[in-house]
Design a protein around this ligand. Structure first.
Ligand code: KIV
Ligand code: NA
Length: 272
């Protein structure tokens, strides 16, 4: 059977067949994408999509480890990457290593992801030198929402040069791939052409080396808001609401449970 790719296999996909990835937070969703996605990200978006937090800032190491362990149980043929939550890596390379090592040891993740470009280069190099493969994340970095001043497109105009330099810096520091979030298509294409590691786009360009989406967004399960870059491939939130309404009707009308859902006094004869 197919085995999970390693970070170096992902790196080697630069310029090749696009890398397929989604987020997951639970075992059944991980099972649904196992072997279809090259890697599965346990994103700190879990805080917003599953825990109802207003941003990713309140996500803890404990949440990432709990969801990482759940996702790991559902994967055999996809690599798992776990996000480092806000406050778990920014202070120093040592702090980052301590928490990255805990995530890898307690979840079995093949790599961690952290947000930041040039400012995180020394930390990325420190982790990689100590056995922690790192996926970087530049452009819109939701953990910095309070300094970015909102969820707006990053790297437009002159800011594009700095964003390209950030992507170059994380590649030079040893990251095996870099997420580009919410940047102009032209900048994503230029970054993909000039940076030696795979670019994983979200709100970026079909020309990136791979794509990622938040699974609850693409399935229509998270409906609090929809970013322009989200494509809904299903409407499971609508399906859930309709199913719950139908159940409520049937319970009140005593149409559920039906005869096939209830038990007789005698045990049924075994089928031959
Ligand atoms: O947390 C997350 O889901 C992410 C992806 C959107 C890249 O970081
Ligand atoms: Na994230």
């Amino acid at each position: 059977r197919k085995t999970a790719p390693l970070p170096e296999d992902i790196r080697a996909r630069k310029g090749g067949v696009p890398i397929v990835s989604l987020t997951a937070y639970t075992t059944p969703m991980a099972q649904a994408m196992d072997g279809v996605c090259d890697f599965v990200l346990v994103g700190d978006s879990v805080g917003m999509v599953l825990h109802g937090l207003p941003s990713t800032l309140g996500v803890t190491m404990e949440m990432m480890i709990l969801h990482g362990r759940a996702v790991a149980r559902g994967l055999k043929a996809s690599m798992m990457v776990v996000d480092m939550p806000f406050g778990s890596y920014e202070e120093s390379p040592e702090q980052a290593f301590r928490n990255a090592a805990r995530i890898m040891a307690e979840t079995g993740a093949g790599a961690v992801k952290l947000e930041g470009g040039g400012s995180m280069a020394a930390t990325i190099a420190f982790l990689v030198a100590r056995g922690v493969p790192v996926m970087a994340h530049v452009g819109l970095t939701p953990q910095s929402i309070n300094t970015l001043g909102g969820y707006k497109v990053q790297g437009r105009g002159d800011a594009g040069t700095a964003l390209l330099a950030d992507a170059q810096a994380v590649a030079k520091a040893g990251a095996f791939a870099v997420v580009l979030e919410k940047v102009p298509q032209s900048l994503a294409d230029r970054t993909t052409a000039e940076v030696a590691i795979p670019t994983i786009g979200i709100g970026a360009s079909a020309g990136c080396d791979g794509q990622i989406l938040v699974v609850d967004d693409m399935l229509g399960l998270f409906t609090a808001f929809k970013a322009k870059f989200v494509k809904r491939y299903a409407h499971l939130g609508d399906d859930a609401r309709a199913a719950i309404a139908a159940y409520a009707e049937e319970v009140k009308a005593r149409r559920f449970p039906a005869p096939e859902h209830v038990f007789g006094d005698a045990s049924p004869e075994k089928k031959p």
